[in-house]
Unconditional design. Structure first.
Length: 77
């Protein structure tokens, strides 16, 4: 017998559910939880919206000086 997923478990594995074609037992458990939990559903919707915006928002053009400063801050020299 598998333990029933709670919100903390779903949050830990919610990215597994982004690809709706996955059908593992864990994904099925997550989907069942999402069917009855508005908080986790809102979290997943927000995550999907973030991914959508990231994929569809144009890459900003930054001046070379700004790029260099950003790389220094991120330690990507």
């Amino acid at each position: 017998m598998t333990k029933k997923l709670n919100c903390k478990d779903v949050f830990r594995h919610i990215c597994d559910n982004l690809d709706e074609r996955l059908s593992s037992s864990r994904c099925r458990e997550i989907k069942r939880h999402l069917d009855r939990c508005p908080n986790c559903t809102a979290c997943l919707d927000g995550l999907k919206q973030t991914v959508y915006l990231y994929r569809n928002y144009p890459v900003p053009k930054l001046p070379q000086r700004t790029k260099k400063a950003l790389r220094v801050k991120l330690r990507l020299r």
